[in-house]
Each structure stands twice: as structure tokens, then as C-alpha cells.
Design a protein around this ligand. Structure first.
Ligand SMILES: [Zn+2]
Length: 88
């Protein structure tokens, strides 16, 4: 059970399901895809450079954003009183 380290609230009871990955994909997609298109349009680099940059950058950004997005959504659900579970 995950407890808030500030107030001891049982945050582990709140289930965010797949909303955090959903928003993370929207955020990271809107960063990576325009950057990829700009790089291709401005510099038209070799194909291997694209393969070297974008999958790795996408992974790094996903790992950066996912826990933070999940925390934000969990906080919002807590604020709204949504527990996101089927059992009461
Ligand atoms: Zn707290």
C-alpha cells in the first residue's frame, strides 16, 4: 500500500488504470513527432541518425513523464474523490 510521505494518505487505493500512459503518449508524441519532422525537413540526415535518436529519446521522455503524469492524475483523482476501483 503506497502511502503519501507527507500526510500518510492511502494513495495506493487510487487506481489510475491506463489514463497516465494515455496522457504520457499524447505529451511525448507532441514533442517527438514535430522534432523528427523539423530535423528531417531542415537537415535531411541519413536514415540511421533518425533510428539512433528517436526511439531512444522517446523511451527517455516516456520514463521521465510517466511517473510525473501519473502523480498529477492521481492527485486530481484524489481531489475529485475518485478512487478508480470497482470495490467499495
Ligand atoms: Zn499527502
Amino acid at each position: 500500500m503506497e502511502l503519501c510521505n507527507q500526510c500518510g494518505e492511502h494513495l495506493g487505493k487510487i487506481r489510475t488504470d491506463d489514463i497516465a500512459p494515455y496522457f504520457t503518449i499524447i505529451i511525448v508524441g507532441h514533442l517527438v513527432v514535430p522534432a523528427l519532422l523539423i530535423l528531417e525537413r531542415q537537415y535531411h540526415p541519413e536514415q540511421w541518425i533518425h533510428f539512433a535518436i528517436w526511439p531512444a529519446l522517446t523511451l527517455i521522455l516516456m520514463f521521465y513523464f510517466l511517473p510525473r503524469v501519473k502523480g498529477a492524475l492521481l492527485g486530481l483523482m484524489w481531489h475529485l474523490g475518485l478512487r478508480g476501483d470497482e470495490h467499495h
